[in-house]
Design a protein around this ligand. Structure first.
Ligand SMILES: NC(=O)c1ccc[n+]([C@@H]2O[C@H](COP(=O)([O-])OP(=O)(O)OC[C@H]3O[C@@H](n4cnc5c(N)ncnc54)[C@H](OP(=O)(O)O)[C@@H]3O)[C@@H](O)[C@H]2O)c1
Length: 475
C-alpha cells in the first residue's frame, strides 16, 4: 500500500511517499480501517522533529493520528464494529507516552476498537477527519477544569484546531415547543464554503419563522437535525472563503443568513458564537448603529422592502399596514414614508401602540380592538398584511390597488410572497439608516442575554412583541 513514512528525525524533507508498505496486521481488539481522510496535528511534526525521542516507536514511522474511513476487517474480539462501518477517531491512545508506529497517512491503518466511533451522519469524511484529536482534547480539558453551565471561559487560540471547537450554540434535535431548545457547549465551529465568511456573532435577533420552524412547519424542506435556529446576525468577519471579494477579516457586518428560509432552511443559524454566511447575504453595518440595532434589521427590513417593491409601491401612493408595530410592519411604515414617498400611511395595532404607529410615520393609527378597518370608507393603493387577515385586507384595497401578504395566500387582487434574502437590499437602505430617517425598533424587553434565548422565544410566541427581540451579548 501507499504511505508517507520517515526513517530519521528531521524537517519535512525526511518524509517520503512509499508505495511498498505492507498493510498493517491487526490485533484481536483492533480493526483495519481503509483511510478515506486523515488530518494533521502539531504533534505529528513535533514527533518528526524528534520531540518524542525518549518514548518513540522504532523507525520507520508513518505519521498521522486522525482518521475517518471505512472498517475493512475486524479482529476476533471486536464487538461494536463491523466491516463497512464508517468510523472516525484518534488512533493513538497515549500519543506521547506510547506513540503508534503506523499512523493514518496511509491507505490502511490498524486501530484499537475503543478509539473509534461511528462517523456523524451529517458529516463527510473530510469533516470527520478534522475532529478526533482536537475535539477530544477540547472536551477533556473542559471536563478536567470542571467546566459547567453558567461558567465563563477565555480560550487562548480560539481559532486553532482545539480552541475552535469550544463554541456555544442553541440547538434542537427534534421538533417541539421551547423545551426542545438546548444550550450546547460542544458545537463545532461551522466550516465555510469558498463564497462564505465566518462571522463572530455579536448580536442576533428572533423572527416568527424561527419558532414556526421549531414547531415543524417546515418539515417538508427542512435541513437535518441538529438545527441551530436564528436568521438575523450582526457581527464581525473572522475568516473569509477563497472566492470572497468584498469582505475582509474585521469587517462589521449584518444580514439574514438564509437566502430562501422556507425552500432551503440553513442548518446552522445565528444563535451561536459563530455562523457561516454567504457573502452575498451580508452588508456592512451602518456606522451609526450598534450591533443590537443592526441585528434587529435584516429579515424584517428586507421583507418590508421586497413587499413594497412587489406591490409596485411608489411616490404619491397610499398604504394601509396591518400590524404596524411588529418587526416587519414598523419598517413598512418607515420605508413607505422615507424611501418610497407615500402620500398617506395608515396602520393597525392595539390601543397601547397607537402613539408608536404615529411616531413611526403613520398618518392614521387604527385600533384593531375597537374599529374594523375593512368597514371604513377609506381605501388604499396598497394594503400590506403582516397579520394574516386576507379577506379583510382585500376589502380595503382601491379598485386599482393591490394587497400584499407575508403571512399567507390572498384572494385577488392580492399577492403572497416569501422573502429572498439579499445583502444588496441592506446596502441600498444603509443611507436611510445612517441619516437616521429610518429607525430601528428594538422591543423594550430586549436585548435578552444569550443564556435566556428560551425566555426570548417564549415572549416572541405571545405575538405581543413591539419591534424586534434581540439576543445580546453573545459569548
Ligand atoms: N413571508 C415572509 O417572507 C415573511 C417575512 C417576515 C415575517 N413573516 C411573517 O409575518 C408575520 C409578522 O412578522 P413580524 O416579525 O412582523 O411579527 P411580530 O413582530 O412578532 O408581530 C408582533 C406584533 O403583532 C401585533 N399584532 C398581533 N395581532 C394583531 C392584529 N390582529 N392586528 C394588528 N397587529 C397585531 C402585535 O401588536 P399588538 O400587541 O398591538 O396586537 C405585535 O406588536 C409573522 O407571521 C411572520 O412569520 C413572513
Amino acid at each position: 500500500m501507499k504511505a508517507w513514512k520517515y526513517d530519521e528525525y528531521g524537517g519535512v524533507d525526511v518524509l517520503k511517499l512509499s508505495t511498498d508498505v505492507p498493510v498493517p496486521s491487526i490485533k484481536d481488539d483492533q480493526v483495519l480501517v481503509k483511510v478515506v481522510a486523515a488530518a494533521l496535528n502539531p504533534i505529528d511534526f513535533k514527533r518528526r522533529l524528534g520531540f518524542l525521542k525518549a518514548t518513540d516507536s522504532p523507525f520507520p514511522i508513518i505519521p498521522g493520528h486522525d482518521v475517518a474511513g471505512i472498517v475493512a476487517k475486524v479482529g476476533s474480539k471486536v464487538k461494536g464494529l463491523k466491516e463497512g462501518d464508517e468510523v472516525y477517531g484518534d488512533i493513538s491512545e497515549k500519543a506521547v507516552e506510547k506513540p503508534v508506529q503506523f499512523g493514518t497517512l496511509a491507505e490502511y491503518v490498524a486501530v484499537d476498537e475503543k478509539l473509534l466511533a461511528l462517523k456523524p451522519k451529517n458529516l463527510d469524511f473530510v469533516q470527520a477527519a478534522a475532529l478526533p484529536l482536537a475535539i477530544e482534547t477540547a472536551y477533556e480539558g473542559l471536563e478536567r477544569a470542571g467546566f459547567s453551565e453558567g461558567k465563563s471561559i477565555l480560550v487562548l487560540n480560539g481559532a486553532g484546531g482545539v480552541g475552535s471547537f469550544v463554541i456555544q450554540a442553541w440547538k434542537y434535535d427534534e421538533y417541539g415547543g421551547v423545551d426542545v431548545l438546548k444550550l450546547s457547549t460542544d458545537v463545532p465551529v461551522p466550516s465555510i464554503k469558498d463564497d462564505q465568511v465566518l462571522v463572530k456573532v455579536v448580536a442576533a435577533a428572533l423572527n416568527p419563522i424561527d419558532f414556526k420552524r421549531r414547531l415543524g412547519f417546515l418539515k417538508a424542506t427542512d435541513s437535518p437535525f441538529p438545527i441551530i435556529p436564528g436568521h438575523d446576525v450582526a457581527g464581525i468577519v473572522v475568516k473569509v472563503g477563497s472566492e470572497v471579494k468584498s469582505l475582509k477579516e474585521g469587517d462589521e457586518v449584518y444580514g439574514d443568513i438564509s437566502e430562501k428560509a422556507v425552500e432551503k432552511p440553513v442548518q446552522f443559524g445565528t444563535l451561536a458564537e459563530y455562523v457561516a454566511v454567504d457573502e452575498k447575504l451580508l452588508a456592512l453595518k451602518p456606522k451609526n448603529l450598534d450591533f443590537v440595532q443592526a441585528a434587529a434589521l435584516p429579515l424584517a427590513i428586507e421583507t418590508a422592502y421586497e413587499g413594497l417593491e412587489r406591490a409596485g409601491f411608489s411616490e404619491g401612493k397610499s398604504i394601509l399596514v396591518l400590524n404596524g408595530a411588529g418587526g416587519v410592519g414598523s419598517f413598512v411604515i418607515q420605508l413607505a414614508k422615507h424611501v418610497f414617498g407615500a402620500s398617506k400611511i395608515a396602520a393597525t395595532s392595539s390601543t397601547g401602540k397607537l402613539e408608536l404607529l404615529k411616531s413611526l410615520g403613520a398618518d392614521v393609527a387604527i385600533d384593531y380592538t375597537k374599529e374594523n378597518f375593512e368597514d371604513q370608507p377609506d381605501k388604499y393603493d396598497v394594503v400590506y398584511d403582516c397579520v394574516g387577515q386576507p379577506e379583510k385586507a382585500v376589502k380595503a384595497v382601491k379598485d386599482t390597488g393591490i394587497a400584499v401578504s407575508i403571512v399567507g395566500p390572498l384572494p385577488p387582487p392580492g399577492i403572497f410572497f416569501i422573502l429572498t434574502s439579499t445583502g444588496s437590499t441592506l446596502s441600498k437602505l444603509n443611507p436611510y439608516l445612517e441619516s437616521g430617517k429610518v429607525k430601528v425598533l428594538v422591543d423594550p424587553k430586549s436585548p435578552y442575554p444569550f443564556d435566556k434565548v428560551n425566555e426570548a422565544f417564549t415572549y416572541l410566541e405571545t405575538h405581543r412583541a413591539t419591534g424586534k427581540i434581540v439576543i445580546y451579548p453573545i459569548p
